[in-house]
Design a binder for this molecule. Structure first.
Ligand code: ADP
Ligand code: MG
Length: 252
């Protein structure tokens, strides 16, 4: 970690400065500046195609940004594998499609990365996994395969699996969008639990009830840019831009 050691004064969990991400000529992110403090809960919203997933994916280094600077817990994201490993260790990611390995049991899904990336023994990895499956209230399903679980249960497993890597930041990309309505609540409750424990969270979601209740700040994106940031109360009652007003009219 010599060349990448974080500065002691760093208080931001995520810091983005003038970040651009392009696909060919198209800028999916333009001039994005964002700071997320440790322990802060951010909800990212905006129309389809506005760059929300790209933003999250750049923070987790699934996508490499083209310009600008991104720091995660003080470590600068650079193209080299060491940097990628480092940030992946700090961040947990939960996707819309749960992305569990179908041929592995719930427990096996949860112990794989801690054993391979953290070098944990099987016993230790299983103890950690069972404690986290307990936390998302699904420990009784540990021996089952993903297909035997409901969508809501699978998503709770995906959250537990991410937590097994002991991340400092949790990134969520529309975690409830693929769920039947009756399963949305159980996943949001799990996320609220995490928020109450002080986890730093960046959530792309259109669940505005969750946003009002949990978010410290709403980040609104349009056409690859962050065009508005505000506390939930201010954002929902008095959005500053026409585009945010229009967006809220459509979804609330
Ligand atoms: P959102 O999550 O807000 O719906 P995305 O971040 O997925 O938006 O996408 C932002 C824009 O970037 C969209 O126009 C999308 O088509 C484009 N885009 C995203 N990923 C790719 C890719 N791998 N190749 C080309 N274009 C992409
Ligand atoms: Mg998206």
């Amino acid at each position: 970690m010599t060349s990448q050691s974080a500065t002691a004064s760093e208080t931001s969990a995520v810091r983005m400065e003038a970040v651009y991400k392009r696909f060919g000529d198209f800028a999916a992110l333009s001039e994005v500046d964002l700071r997320v403090a440790k322990g802060e809960r951010i909800v990212v919203c905006g129309p389809s195609g506005s760059g929300k997933s790209t933003l999250i994916r750049c923070i987790n280094h699934i996508e490499r940004h083209d310009e600008g600077l991104i720091y995660v817990n003080g470590f600068e994201l650079k193209p080299e594998p060491k940097s990628v490993d480092l940030v992946r260790r700090e961040t947990g990611m939960v996707f819309q499609s749960f992305n569990l390995f179908p041929h592995m049991t719930i427990l096996e899904n949860c112990i794989l990365a801690p054993m391979s990336a953290h070098g944990l023994g099987r016993r230790e990895a299983e103890d950690r996994a069972m404690a986290l499956l307990e936390k998302v209230r699904i420990a009784d399903q540990a021996k089952k395969f993903p297909i035997q679980l409901s969508g809501g249960q699978q998503q709770r497993v995906a959250i537990a699996r991410a937590l097994c890597m002991q991340p400092k930041i949790m990134l969520f990309d529309e975690p409830t969008s693929a769920l039947d309505p009756e399963m949305v609540k159980e996943v949001l409750e799990t996320m609220k639990g995490l928020a109450n424990e002080g986890m730093t969270m960046l959530c792309v979601t259109h669940e505005m009830g969750f946003a009002r209740e949990v978010a410290d700040r709403i980040v609104f994106m349009d056409k690859g840019r962050i065009i508005e940031q505000a506390k939930p109360e201010a954002f929902f009652t008095a959005p500053q831009t026409e585009r945010a007003r229009h967006f809220l009219d459509q979804i609330i």
